[in-house]
Ligand binder design. Structure first.
Ligand SMILES: Cc1ncc(COP(=O)(O)O)c(C=O)c1O
Ligand SMILES: N[C@@H](CCOP(=O)(O)O)C(=O)O
Length: 430
């Protein structure tokens, strides 16, 4: 597999290099040179396969002969060894694709665990130390921490915006210790992400720490996420497949990028809706054509509190390469008040959701036409936002065991201002 740097197309790397480098020169993201395409008879066969076999085939189409078929299958099997996606009917023509049944109760488990498997494979004969620096607005942190927990030669450092993620999200990754270090940054997620990118610019730091990132910067994260779109499609009734609309709650736009890559492979999804909260840089851009990110505001869908979404350049590139029109992409933003109302409406339909998925549902409900069938993505387990959801719905939700186990443990995080030199110093000394 060859990938090019979106900021400098001359920089071309293999899959192994893209996974171990994370980010290209000048903070450029890597993007596949070749976009595979499945023909319709192969698609039918693929859709009949089980999740692991099909996912290995899909990943092989991108990765090519860099990893042998059996090895890749075994790695995918290990990565996805948890409860897979579930389609839950909410209304006659609307269902939720729940992708939050993994070890850290969010969709990030798919990408983070696949990346961990890839890195362990690619580094198996090396004895070098690696630092995985990752920014999180709530869920990536936990998935990455658990995926790399106690992995030999790997140190994980996670930056998160202090006081801006839910208490239970924080408990999921700040209580682990061992090779997992967490830093509460006095700032926004965007500032955490900027610090990660600045670290990549610093050659000295990069070399001394063996720097990498497990954010969706890393292409292995995104490739893994393509797989659950195929699984979702295989679970949609045959007579609804031609009219499938998928609404994606967006923050850093990795999930949407993966969905669009699934479509580019030949999965006949009619269209997508890019759903955001009040951090609406993309909906405003799609409406006006003007790129004008505003200061990030805190919302009850905190994992989507991002105003400079990293993957938008990949989305634009894919539309350009496929000659798709950006105006075919549905979009919209939802305020906190409407999110709360929507959670209540979903509850009346006997579905307990959480703020991120509720935003995707609201826009789907508003935009879906009569003859269409809609899926909205359930990206995190509602219990991760227990306080908020309990208060809005006036309930006392049960907490899954994995979370229950962590909530009484103390947080082990350091504190830091959003200052690159403080971070550099920390990474070199600790
Ligand atoms: C629960 C939840 N929903 C939606 C998103 C947004 O996903 P993405 O950053 O891939 O756009 C996130 C952040 O990853 C999240 O944690
Ligand atoms: N919403 C994410 C933000 C980081 O996104 P990523 O996909 O680039 O890792 C989170 O939960 O941390």
């Amino acid at each position: 597999m060859k990938l090019y740097n979106l900021k400098n197309h001359e920089e071309q790397v293999s899959f192994a290099e893209a996974v171990t480098l994370g980010l290209g020169k000048n903070q450029g993201l890597f993007f596949p040179t070749y976009l595979p395409k499945i023909d319709s008879s192969d698609l039918e066969k693929l859709l009949e396969m089980d999740f692991i076999s099909r996912s290995s085939k899909i990943l092989e189409m991108f990765i090519g002969d860099e990893i042998n078929t059996i090895e890749l299958f075994n790695k995918v099997k290990q990565a996805f060894s948890f409860s897979g996606p579930i389609v839950r009917k909410v209304e006659e023509n609307i269902s939720c694709l729940e992708i939050f049944h993994g070890p850290t109760l969010a969709f990030k488990d798919f990408g983070a665990r696949f990346m961990a498997q890839m890195l362990s494979l690619l580094n198996q004969n090396k004895d070098e130390n690696v630092t995985i620096l990752t920014a999180t607005s709530g869920d990536t942190g936990a998935a990455v921490a658990h995926a790399f927990y106690k992995m030999k030669n790997v140190r994980v450092v996670i930056l998160f915006p202090k006081g801006k993620i839910s208490e239970f999200q924080e408990k999921m990754f700040c209580t682990l210790g061992e090779n997992i270090t967490t830093i509460a940054i006095n700032g926004s997620f965007d500032e955490c992400q900027t610090l990660v990118k600045q670290a990549f610019q610093d050659k000295d730091l990069r070399k001394k720490t063996g720097l990498n990132s497990a954010n969706s910067i890393n292409i292995s994260r995104l490739l893994a996420q393509i797989c659950y779109y195929f699984e979702a499609f295989s679970m949609v009734p045959h007579n609804k497949r031609k009219e499938l609309i998928i609404s994606v709650p967006c923050g850093n736009f990795g999930n949407l990028t993966a969905g669009l890559l699934a479509k580019s492979l030949g999965l006949p999804i009619k269209s997508f809706i890019a759903a955001t909260n009040s951090n609406d840089t993309i909906p405003r851009f799609l409406k006006t054509g003007i790129w004008n990110p505003k200061e990030t505001v805190s919302t009850i869908s905190n994992a989507m509190d991002i105003s400079q979404p990293n993957n938008w350049t990949r989305v634009k590139e894919l539309f350009h390469r496929k000659k798709w029109k950006l105006k075919s992409l549905g979009y919209g933003s939802v305020s906190d008040n409407v999110t709360k109302e929507t959670l209540l409406n979903l509850y009346k339909l006997k579905y307990i959701s959480e703020p991120h998925a509720a935003i995707a549902y609201k826009l789907l409900k508003d935009q879906l036409k009569k003859h269409e069938y809609g899926l909205f993505l359930g990206t995190a387990h509602p219990s991760k936002f227990k306080k908020t959801v309990d208060k809005i719905l006036n309930i006392n939700m049960n907490i899954p065991h994995v979370l229950q186990h962590r909530i009484s443990l103390p947080s082990l995080s350091y504190n830091m201002k959003p200052n690159f030199f403080s971070l550099k110093d920390f990474l070199l000394k600790k």
